[in-house]
Design a protein around this ligand. Sequence first.
Ligand SMILES: Cc1ncc(COP(=O)(O)O)c(C=O)c1O
Length: 352
Amino acid sequence: MYPRVTIDVKKYEENVRYMQGLCRDNGLTMMAVTKVFCAAQPLVDVLNELNVDFIADSRIENLEAMKTDQKKVLLRLPSIHEAERVIQHTDLSLNSEIKTVEALNEAAGRLGRCHGVILMIDIGDLREGVFYKENVLNTIREIKALKHIDLTGIGTNLTCFGGIVPTADTLKKLIDVIDMAKRMLKTEFEIVSGGNSSHIHLLLKGKEIPEVNNLRLGESLILGRETAYGKTIDNMHQDVITLEADLIEIKHKPSFPEGEIGMNAFGQVPKFDDYGLMKRGILAIGKQDVDYHEIIPYDTRIRLVGSSSDHIIVDLTNTENDYQVGDVLKFKLSYGSLLSVMTSKYVGKRYV
Ligand SMILES: Cc1ncc(COP(=O)(O)O)c(C=O)c1O
């Protein structure tokens, strides 16, 4: 059945093993992030077998559903409304709002548990975290006063919203906060979570940040690349997951629509270039499953023309292959397309 993704479990295992080694050699623990593949159990099983330090996901539903004995971490700041679920199904969560941590404290008290919190500091990427220039010490003091919360760590996230690259200078802002907490509040952090796959370029260049002792890694494990500059990592696989979709129509048609151009199915007025007559194919996969800009054909002579909800239109004019209806085209995936195809229930999942 098509469309489908093929997920190479062995390649994922080799990637995780490699990164686990790199982290270990640099004195880092690793949180393996599962959200990009919706915490699919066959890949979670790999993490179980390799005994990763932590499994992390941004969705509480994924953390609830996965079968694991590894420590579980909620990556997205908890919603205050899901405090009880967070306590029940995770060991640690990343936090920046005292009101939410208080709700977690109450829920933990009710359930007779103690919950670990990693306080997120925003050092310039401008997504989550207490801004480093604000009174972070107050927040630390307030969290430490809570009976059922353990302030296990401090962390930061970069290259997610603002595209800020982790450098020694940028990370110094986090380290200054840590030093201040040590000096003023005698607070030590068991975990200093320095970032995500964008941090790896520092490891590869041998630029160790000694204060950082943990990374949260998703994309690098599945796409075999660091995310500060998008460079592939030697010894890692870039093709753990590939997409296949089948051709349901192949016709020679003009490349420029005929008639008055109004709105397309998405309320936009489309623009076209006229390439003359074209051999056009239609794939049985569409916007509902994936953004066509984010898939890369293995046959590099195929051009992606556009898509509607259920169709992607391809230009087959220049390919050397004589594709027929029913033939299957294979695609490499970006992080964005991986997220959406793994989430789409219309895309089959095949493990090899
Ligand atoms: C807070 C946080 N940390 C780490 C990650 C993992 O990032 P990456 O996939 O770039 O390694 C994410 C995203 O999934 C995240 O939201």
